[in-house]
Design a protein around this ligand. Structure first.
Ligand SMILES: [Zn+2]
Ligand SMILES: [Zn+2]
Ligand SMILES: [Zn+2]
Length: 148
């Protein structure tokens, strides 16, 4: 099978995090990067029905631990996963971007490129992370004229 540029990039990513390059891991990465919204485990299961659930679960856990993907819960409390854009590390995520959950198509989008204002907490609070979350209609659904 011919390797695309992306496959190579994903192999580097696994190398960097000392994860063995396995076909299921590479497939999970390439599927996640091909979507513009976060992906839930059921979504992944339906596309990769030849990978068993336990394997998939372990892949997602390992990726999250290593700082390759981050988890975001949608309105229904389902975990969705998205690739980390920047400087996430093993045990340290820095995904303080806004997550937008569309109430119509249920997609969760990572809005990485917004410049968010610094949030200054009262003295004594030492946050490890922030969760910024918005709900409403995504561009696709608002264009279709979905009524809220
Ligand atoms: Zn992260
Ligand atoms: Zn939508
Ligand atoms: Zn995100």
């Amino acid at each position: 099978m011919a390797q695309t540029r992306n496959d190579l990039h994903f192999e580097d990513l696994l190398n960097k995090h000392h994860l063995k390059k396995t076909a299921p891991r590479l497939r999970v990465l390439s599927m996640m990067s091909s979507r513009n919204a976060a992906t839930s485990q059921p979504d992944l299961e339906s596309v990769m029905n030849d990978i068993d659930r336990v394997t998939l679960y372990r892949i997602l856990n390992a990726f999250e631990e290593k700082g390759i993907i981050h988890k975001v819960f949608d309105l229904n409390g389902t975990a969705n996963y998205a690739l980390c854009k920047s400087h996430c590390d093993e045990g340290h995520h820095h995904d303080e971007h806004l997550h937008f959950n569309c109430t119509n198509c249920k997609n969760v989008y990572c809005l990485n490129d917004l410049n968010l204002p610094a949030i200054n907490l009262p003295a004594g609070f030492q946050p490890d992370s922030f969760t910024l979350y918005a709900t409403g209609l995504c561009p696709k659904c608002s264009k279709k004229g979905v009524v809220k």
